[in-house]
Design a protein around this ligand. Sequence first.
Ligand code: AVI
Length: 340
Amino acid sequence: MSNTLQKNLNYKKYVIDNRLQYFKPHASRIEKTFAEEISFSLNRHCKFISPKFFYDKKGSDLFEKICMLPEYYPTKTEITILKKLQNELPSYLDKNFRVVELGSGASVKTRIILDIFSQIYDVVEYFPIDISEILAESSESLLKDYDHLHITGIIDTYEGGLEFLKNYDEKKNLILFLGSSFGNFSPVDGHEFLQKINSTMKKGDLFLIGLDLVKDRQILESAYDDSQGITAEFNLNVLSRINDELDADFNLNNFSHHSLYNEHDQRIEMYLKSLVNQSVVISKSDLLLNLEKDELIHTEYSHKYKLSDIHKLLDDVGFDIKHTWLDDKNYFSLTLASKI
Ligand code: AVI
């Protein structure tokens, strides 16, 4: 294991036991605070709230519920494809791979990959990268179930974690980016992020990305506006979070969940719609927000792809596509790629 001076300077290492260690940046990087980002994004003509703010504890729990909804096909479908990989992925792996996951999982999906690795290797190494301390919780639950698992958690942004991984050692990495989380980036940010992943990879490393596919409007729209109203609750929860953390007075009854499929841009768009003319104070952002009846606050894009889009996205940043797996209905895709 390399321990370059730079790594020692930037990260503090926490060794829990011989199977579990974490790296955490020493000082938080100079990033805009939640209050500053909200002040910027709601103080403009086209108001928006970044989807990264959905995931406080309540938002993360609601997202888990969404994944189990009958209308929300992506999680279930990706799991069926991952199960198919049980026979096929090993042929792409040689003796020396570890699993790196962007977003930490103790979920079914991570476990399917760890099961595959457990068949091939005596010791399985797993590097989850996640900004949230949930990483610690999920790591412990995995260690209970996998005797030969060793976890190195990187509690940092994806970009920070990828930088950490770069030149870490000679062992090959299989980098997972599942769940079509990539679809929540804008096209420009997504391209930059793929470049970052590609530049982190050594020759021989592999990248497995899960992406949602273009399909019938009605299937897409009901996945993002379910009959139990969980997606609506998830969307509105970001306003509760702003109330709690930024000392604001959003009245949630004055907003509704609004989502639609924009066929031209191949994406679900989610908004919070103001139901009345209203003013909201966000104290910690120093903002008095005036909203007109029917005005929209944009909260999320969820892009959907054609296979040709996926190939272009990956080609453009210098990936060599090894294989794309689909489910029987062609709802979702998993693509394995290496660095050229
Ligand atoms: C996390 N991300 C991939 C989800 C999606 O489908 O875009 C977030 C989500 N938003 C509403 N439902 C699920």
